[in-house]
Design a protein around this ligand. Structure first.
Ligand code: HSE
Length: 310
């Protein structure tokens, strides 16, 4: 095998109560990448479509992640060749559904496959996270983990990285409204306070525990009660036109919970079943219409596969 084409899915990070630690993998929305084994050693990005991103390996999220893996793989396998990467972006940069993570995840997943899988999927998360620094200035794995592993993931700890894939109920659907405005993750992180009150922390970790318990026990009501964010959403929501209106309409129309997807501007809702998902999608889109900003709506089941060869 010298060349593979892969699908790198979009993701929802944070899920209200799990800032920088929780994430969810989406179905049907994602980038495509081609990874090719070539004679010349090193990693090169040869083509990018769908976005204006740097081709220089060291300046590109996928390139940085790929190099992190390549430089470590040398200690596990003998590498007598290099790799070329083509990136075909479908997820818009600054959309809040893991655009940079998809590129980072796809690069490390693809190279690992062509090397004969010296690393486990969990180990790949570490390398992909290195690419995230280029996009946001900080190492967080809440998008790259679900993108690579699929399903819901929890980053239990960063030092050392400890990622857990979490079971979820089969009828859970995500609805995502992606407004066509860009919010840079670095800007969205800059509005956050570096400290939180003990009261807010207690509320947040209670909800995070509730969300994990609800996912494992398939208790939709508990999942819904736990989808609350008293720390990050209040500080960020002014960056997203009509956020409160869209969220309230989603809740009124049957969403278990709703909030900012990742660093925004996308808004997500979770619900039980496809019929309710369709109703919620319409209500969110209607509530956004008077902004005059175009938007896309996605309806997706939880994607338990993550990044894969197509
Ligand atoms: N957890 C990150 C944030 C996700 O909300 O800033 C964006 O990459």
């Amino acid at each position: 095998m010298t060349e593979i084409k892969i699908f790198c899915p979009a993701t929802i990070a944070n899920l209200n109560c799990g800032f920088d630690v929780m994430g969810l993998c989406l179905d049907g929305i994602g980038d495509e990448m081609i990874i090719r084994k070539v004679a010349q050693k090193g990693v090169r990005i040869t083509k990018i479509t769908g976005a204006d991103l740097p081709l220089e390996t060291e300046k590109n999220v996928a390139g940085v992640a790929a190099l992190a893996l390549y430089n470590d793989a040398i200690y596990r396998v003998s590498i007598e060749h290099g790799f070329e990467i083509e990136i075909h972006k479908k997820i818009k940069a600054g959309s809040g559904i893991g655009s940079s993570s998809a590129s980072a995840a796809g690069a490390v997943f693809g190279i690992n496959e062509l090397l004969g899988k010296p690393f486990t999927k969990h180990e790949l998360v570490f390398f992909a996270m290195k690419g995230e620094v280029v996009a946001s200035g900080s190492e967080h794995a809440d998008n790259v983990a679900p993108c690579i592993l699929g399903g819901f993931t929890l980053v239990r700890g960063y030092n050392p990285l400890d990622v857990i894939k979490i079971e979820s109920p089969s009828e859970l659907y995500a609805v995502v409204l992606h407004p066509h405005i860009e919010v840079k993750t670095s800007d969205s992180r800059a509005v956050l306070s570096p400290t939180v009150s003990l009261k807010s922390a207690i509320t947040q970790w209670g909800n995070l525990g509730g969300l994990i318990a609800g996912l494992y026990t398939k208790d939709y009501e508990l999942i819904g009660r736990s989808l609350q964010d008293v720390i990050v959403e209040p500080a960020r929501k002014h960056l997203i036109p009509n956020f409160d209106l869209v969220k309230n309409e989603a809740l009124k129309n049957g969403a278990l919970g709703a909030g900012i997807s990742g660093a925004g501007p996308s808004i997500f809702a979770l619900c039980k079943g496809e019929t309710i998902a369709n109703t919620i999608a319409k209500s969110m889109s209607d509530a956004y219409s008077d902004t005059g900003i175009a938007c896309d709506i996605y309806i997706s089941k939880v994607n338990s596969d993550g990044t894969k060869i197509i």
